[in-house]
Design a protein around this ligand. Structure first.
Ligand SMILES: [Zn+2]
Ligand SMILES: [Zn+2]
Ligand SMILES: [Zn+2]
Length: 266
């Protein structure tokens, strides 16, 4: 069992060691390590510059300590460092020239499209609009069906490999009636202090196996921002992308599939 370290963000996690360049918010520095194994799931990691120094000396043992500083890091933070610093073949910069027609405003925009959203939960039906049943309504942020099912719209942030940015799915999640009422009635600054709320993903996303009923938590936000959802990690590709990052190539593919028009003239 690896030794553990306490991290303010990730809690108690396995220890790992990384060069100091990979700490903080750096992006695109490269990420080197030996392949993780069952015995050593969190091997030491270092950036491309440190790799040049190591390679010049042959091995770590022959590399003077003052040239490369390795420090203790939480394995959760090390995974974030990997996502920010790995260099994918297609970078976000490669998508900068793409022109695409926006489904929200009908204008042409340039650059990667990093937001796709849904205006109602999967379970909403057009017929419900005309329903006079109490306890049924749909707004930009909230939905209730027959006073039995409650949903809130929020965001799933998928970190993009090689960057500090994320791709955002605007999706719906279920809530208990109690949490739903709290979110709707409390001032947002008070709501933002609430503990995370249990939720089932209630949007069927394209290009994934069934995404309905993935387990997650809604984190209310300050300043009237939509809640952020945190997906529980499973082997589902969406939860893998949530925890381990998605690629600019994948962003390009989603743009191709989901936008009304994209100019791929490259
Ligand atoms: Zn380094
Ligand atoms: Zn951490
Ligand atoms: Zn637009």
């Amino acid at each position: 069992m690896a030794d553990t370290v306490h991290c303010g963000i990730h809690g108690d996690t396995a220890e790992t060691f990384a060069c100091t360049h990979l700490m903080g918010e750096a992006t695109g520095l490269g990420f080197n390590r030996e392949a993780p194994t069952g015995d050593n799931p969190f091997p030491d990691a270092w950036c491309d510059n440190c790799e040049l120094i190591r390679a010049a000396h042959g091995t770590w043992d022959d590399t003077p300590d003052d040239l490369v500083t390795i420090r203790l890091l939480c394995s959760g933070c090390c995974e974030r460092a990997r996502i920010r610093n790995e260099r994918p073949t297609t970078t976000l910069a490669n998508l900068a020239h793409l022109r695409w027609k926006c489904s929200s405003c009908d204008e042409w925009h340039e650059g990667p499209c990093l937001d796709f959203g849904y205006s109602e939960p999967h379970y909403w039906r057009r017929e419900l609009e005309a329903s006079s049943k109490s306890g049924t309504f749909l707004t930009d942020d909230y939905c209730a069906i027959r006073g039995e099912h409650y949903f809130v719209r929020g965001l799933l942030h998928l970190p993009i490999i090689g960057t500090g940015e994320s791709f955002r799915w605007g999706v719906w999640g279920s809530l208990s009636r109690e949490n739903f009422e709290k979110l709707r009635t409390m001032s947002d600054d008070d709501a933002a202090e609430l503990p995370p709320m249990f939720s089932w993903l209630s949007t069927q996303l394209p290009d994934y196996p069934d995404t309905l009923s993935l387990k997650m938590y809604a984190y209310p936000q300050f300043h009237n921002q939509r809640p952020h959802f945190r997906l529980e990690e499973t082997d589902h590709p969406l939860t893998q992308e949530y925890h381990h990052g998605t690629t600019p190539e994948r962003v390009r593919e989603l743009m191709r599939r989901l936008l009304p028009e994209v100019d791929f003239d490259d």
